[in-house]
Design a protein around this ligand. Structure first.
Ligand SMILES: Nc1nc2c(c(=O)[nH]1)N[C@H]1C(S)=C(S)[C@@H](COP(=O)(O)O)O[C@H]1N2
Ligand SMILES: [Mo]
Length: 315
């Protein structure tokens, strides 16, 4: 029954289907009992630390931008790099175990469509050409989990400016990598409309919060988090932050998105974080921090209302 197969993992609220929080808390409990050594070994055995090689490793860590450093406690790097969504590899959270064959260099990114200056950029050259900064953002998945991570990168508007969009360009369509030989989830789930694709309004794409991440936790992005180049749109649900980008297409009409194609009622184009608008199958009023298991209140626009509410005057 295709409808069943097409159900995303968040068909159930993820807290109901994953024992992750319990596992993490149990580890802390064991550590308090004096089993810290065993615990640490467990962590390193599961380690997802990427090797610091390749063309994306220069200059780390980059200076943190004080304007985006509210002093929040960061999510543990181990949790953020081992609990991921990247369906091209697996529908499970252990993406880091499935990315071994994924080659992220060389890598091309194309800017095309309604622009004065169509461009095809080498990702390593692009990263080298940009002034990189670190920003601490909250990140909220529609599955009601959240994290606070330091991304390294640059505002998307600096990349868009290079292509000089025409006035008719009202939307940006983002297309991500499709490498079936390297991404086992693509062949494993042929019902999905690969490649993964997303979209933003032009004013959302140009907003200074909208960020192109090339690193996290002071290192180049690990493959499972979307190497070499991904989007981060902190006031929208996580699926609006496509990973491993290969194309930005400037267009006049609102594009369809990957999840909207599958479940339009559940994953509409705009998808701003809103505690008062429940997902059709669960509440969005609270969220679970992926490292501590703490449950906290969800904030409108994921806490970024002061910056972005003006984009949505009719909301
Ligand atoms: N290409 C691609 N990008 C993607 C996804 C995906 O499956 N494929 N999942 C999205 C979802 S649902 C979330 S919550 C975030 C997860 O980002 P993280 O694993 O770095 O936390 O990536 C988003 N970007
Ligand atoms: Mo998500």
């Amino acid at each position: 029954m295709p409808n069943l197969i097409l159900r995303p993992s968040w068909w159930l609220p993820e807290r109901a289907v994953t024992p992750e929080a319990v596992v993490l808390n149990r580890r802390r409990f064991l550590a308090q009992l004096g089993c810290a050594g065993v615990v640490a070994q467990g962590w390193s055995a599961m380690s997802a630390e990427p090797p610091l090689s390749g063309p994306y490793g220069k200059g780390y860590p980059h200076a943190r931008n004080k304007a985006f450093d509210p002093g929040w406690t960061l999510t543990e790097a181990k949790a953020a790099t081992t609990y991921n969504n990247f369906y091209e590899f697996t529908l499970g959270k252990d993406v880091h175990r499935h990315v071994g064959r994924f080659e992220t260099a060389p890598w091309k990114i194309e800017l095309t469509g309604l622009v004065e200056q169509p461009l095809t950029l080498d990702a390593a050259e692009l990263v080298d050409s940009m002034v990189l900064e670190e920003r601490v953002y909250r990140f909220r998945c529609v599955e009601a989990w959240a994290m606070i991570v330091p991304w390294t990168g640059f505002p998307l508007n600096r990349l868009i400016d290079k292509a000089k969009p025409k006035p008719e360009a009202r939307f940006v369509r983002f297309v991500t990598a499709s490498k079936p030989d390297q991404m086992p989830g693509i062949r494993g789930n042929p019902e999905y409309p690969w490649p993964y694709f997303e979209g933003l309004r032009m004013d959302e794409a140009m907003h200074p919060l909208t960020f192109v991440a090339v690193g996290v936790y002071g290192k180049p992005l690990p493959k499972q988090m979307g190497a070499p180049v991904r989007l981060v749109v902190p006031w929208k649900y996580g699926y609006k932050s496509p990973k491993s980008l290969v194309k930005l297409e400037f267009i006049a009409e609102q594009p369809k998105t990957f999840w909207e194609t599958l479940q339009p009622r559940e994953y509409p184009f705009e998808s701003n974080v809103d505690p008062e608008v429940p997902h059709p199958r669960w509440s969005q009023a609270t969220e679970r921090m992926i490292d501590t298991g703490d449950r906290v209140k969800t904030k409108k626009y994921n806490g970024y209302a002061d910056s972005v509410a003006k984009l949505y005057p009719h909301a």
